[in-house]
Design a protein around this ligand. Sequence first.
Ligand SMILES: C[S@@+](CC[C@H](N)C(=O)[O-])C[C@H]1O[C@@H](n2cnc3c(N)ncnc32)[C@H](O)[C@@H]1O
Length: 378
Amino acid sequence: MQCDYFDAGTCRSCTLMGQPYDAQLIDLQTTVAATLSDHVAETHWDTTAYGPESHFRNKAKLAVAGTRQAPTFGILDRGGHGVDLRDCGLYEPGLHRAVVRLADFVTELGLTPYDVTRRSGELKHLIVTHSPDGESMIRFVLRSPGQLGRIERALPGLLESVPGTRVVSVNLLPEHKAALEGDEEIFLTSEQALPMRLNDITLHLRPRSFFQTNTAVAAQLYRQAQQWISQVAPTNVLDLFCGVGGFALHAAADARPASVRGVEISAEAVASARLSAGQLPGRAASGDIRFETGDATGALDDGLPADLVIVNPPRRGIGELADALERSGASHVLYSSCNSTSLATDLDRLPSFRVADARLFDMFPQTRHHEVLLLLER
Ligand SMILES: C[S@@+](CC[C@H](N)C(=O)[O-])C[C@H]1O[C@@H](n2cnc3c(N)ncnc32)[C@H](O)[C@@H]1O
């Protein structure tokens, strides 16, 4: 992939930019296999799953800077000044259209960008998510409610300027800190969730909930998980760090276990998962699928039944949860990891499990980031 921003030195986020994609995939598989070689035999690796090498991101996280007349939408340089990246080639085409139109709309509206060097101004970030059905969720991250009224009054114009917009909200981040968003979310539309159709399941994404940024590869990840879970045919499935429920709902739809429980720390994500479960044909009414807000670390010690446990933790890995898995009655673990180094450490802590199947997913082309899915059995 070629990128003008990269070539000009404006943005260096994609560290592998310019390298042939075939070579990137081979290099990634070799590196990840080496990191996990103590646990995963060469023969256990399935072929690497991947999607398009460009135009794959469903989410734009844009730092807003510059002036009211000439705002920038992209990242901040080391000096805290804005770098405009609205034409980033990683965005899905529909997301790119929405970003460009939103940028024009915000410029015309004259919202004041936040200046991190002076700690003044209002609009800190724009967060845009695009669904496979061509709809968008647009979030304005503001320092204070000062310009909330202007955005509210301009809502009809925004909906017209950015066709397909389904959810609009304002998030308040009053503190001067390196965070993307704050705790308070104010919805401007009656719709509060963006439906994300993956495979034959519709997940719902509310603000402040994690969602895989590469829809095409995420669909392959959940499909693979679903196949392996079906082969195991567990009675009780526990999905830890379940987010909006991608793994749990794929397990429920296909493997048809007697119970599926999801545990997740974000109440917003749990609300999204419950909404999706309610729309899963034929299952929700039975009450078999439940999502709870809580800390996944202690979930197994709380006595939730599980013969197959799914874990999909943040980059740090599962830590002491590994000891709880060892003590548990689970016969299988499905581990989805975005960090093969912490994954290797966690596998050291799971001596009674062995890897039955392994697959790498290139969720983030042009970088070394990746996702690994392992099926572990006792
Ligand atoms: C990598 S995401 C996985 C989400 C989900 N499995 C998916 O497929 O989209 C990790 C999730 O763990 C959640 N999380 C982080 N720490 C947690 C904890 N201690 N207990 C429960 N969930 C946690 C995050 O909010 C996030 O949704």
